[in-house]
Design a protein around this ligand. Structure first.
Ligand code: BYC
Length: 353
């Protein structure tokens, strides 16, 4: 089944599938079977899987942008080479995930257009600025750490092409995370200024990383049906808790403090009259030996919804750069697809000559 180029890809819970086919499909899911693209699947499974794979593909290619900005400014040749390789990996993940999404019925060109038109989403975290090298460190340690935590559960899902892609991506993400760990150790073992920079970056990234796993379960519209079909295998809150259990003690061991922060509309920490950021140590942060979990303060969910609806500090910049690259690449796509159209601006250039 293929969707035409302008079909709205919305889950419709009122849609009725053939009850016999649905029962047979759900029995296969219950037995842990893997679903392949050419097999029958309920409409909402296909659309739900497509939306998730497309959101993921978008996140990979937009996610390459904040780190990509730092390639020319990396502090050493070794860090520069590692960063180039990482950014290349992330774009490659996007390529693989757009292929998975294409097989689910949406043409690639429509996905790229929907991204730059603001019709589809990508992860909240990539709408924040990375003003220092320590932000690159925070991305590789915390964001890649969060991604691995989420994607390890997605690799246990039910849709074959996505599951296989997750396994491959997770291996590469493990390298990114190791590099992030090495960098955070370097920063926290460095000078006072390096440790301060790392703390400031950590303060900028902690809350967005808590939001990375999606809204609280009570507000997550898709978790329950998606878990029934094993599109997701853990809830947003379960993953968030796993993240805090893993990273809160690691951060404290490194000498970092976990603060509740407030941000201005440029994504920078709000400052007091003396110019220092308004920071309060998280009053909820503590380990409970009975539950073996850490408690923590929830991030600002209003900020999350503002950011994912296009009004975060860097949304316009990130989408603008994607638009620029889409427009600049148009002549290459036209050439490869056999069209004779000229690159943007080339026809007027030709007329002038
Ligand atoms: N950011 O019902 P819910 C990387 C949306 S990139 C933005 O819980 P669901 C990396 C959600 O789409 C790795 N939007 O949704 C790359 C939904 O909107 P719609 C990225 C979010 O689908 C470069 C609405 O909120 N990983 O590692 O059950 C450099 C309600 O949410 C977010 C993936 O993409 C968010 N954080 O669960 C470095 C993994 N959270 O559809 C690193 C695949 C939620 O109603 N995706 N929304 O308009 C997932 O696991 C799931 O889609 C989510 C959301 C957990 C994100």
């Amino acid at each position: 089944m293929s969707l035409s180029a302008n079909v709205e890809c919305n889950v419709d819970w009122e849609a009725q599938d053939d009850p016999e086919k649905l029962a047979a499909f759900e029995a296969r899911i219950d037995q842990g079977e893997i679903i392949e693209p050419d097999e029958w699947m309920p409409r909402n499974y296909r659309i739900g899987m497509l939306r998730m794979a497309e959101h993921h593909a978008n996140s990979e290619i937009v996610g390459a942008l904040p780190e990509g900005e730092w390639i020319t400014r990396a502090p050493s040749l070794r860090r520069k080479l590692a960063l180039i390789a990482k950014v290349q990996d992330e774009v490659g993940h996007g390529q693989m995930l757009y292929r998975v999404s294409q097989d689910l019925g949406k043409p690639r060109d429509q996905m790229l257009r929907d991204l730059i038109a603001g019709k589809t989403k990508y992860h909240n975290v990539f709408n924040y600025p990375a003003p220092t090298w320590a932000d690159v460190v925070a991305i590789q340690w915390l964001v890649d750490g969060a991604a691995i935590m989420n994607q390890a559960t997605l690799a246990d899902g039910s849709y074959g092409p996505y599951v296989r892609t997750m396994k491959r991506i997770n291996m590469e993400e493990a390298f990114h995370f190791k590099s992030g760990e090495d960098m955070v150790l370097t920063m926290m073992g460095g000078t006072l200024r390096q440790r301060q920079m790392m703390q400031e970056a950590f303060d900028r990234w902690w809350a967005p990383c808590l939001m990375f796993f999606g809204p609280p379960d009570k507000d997550s519209v898709k978790t329950t049906p998606f878990m029934r079909w094993r599109i997701k295998t853990a809830t947003n809150d379960e993953l968030r808790q796993r993240f805090v259990d893993r990273f809160a003690p690691a951060a404290l061991d490194l000498g970092l403090k976990i603060h509740v922060t407030a941000k201005d509309d440029k994504g920078q920490l709000k400052c007091k009259a003396d110019g220092k950021p308004e920071l309060i140590e998280d009053p909820e942060l503590r380990y409970n030996p009975q539950t073996r979990h850490w408690s923590f303060s929830q991030p600002d969910w209003d900020e999350f919804y503002r950011v994912i609806r296009g009004n975060g500090p860097c949304n316009k910049e990130r989408v603008g750069l994607r638009r620029f690259s889409y427009e600049q690449g148009q002549w290459v796509r036209s050439a490869v697809l056999g069209s004779t159209s000229m690159p943007p601006g080339a026809d007027s250039q030709a007329r002038r000559n």
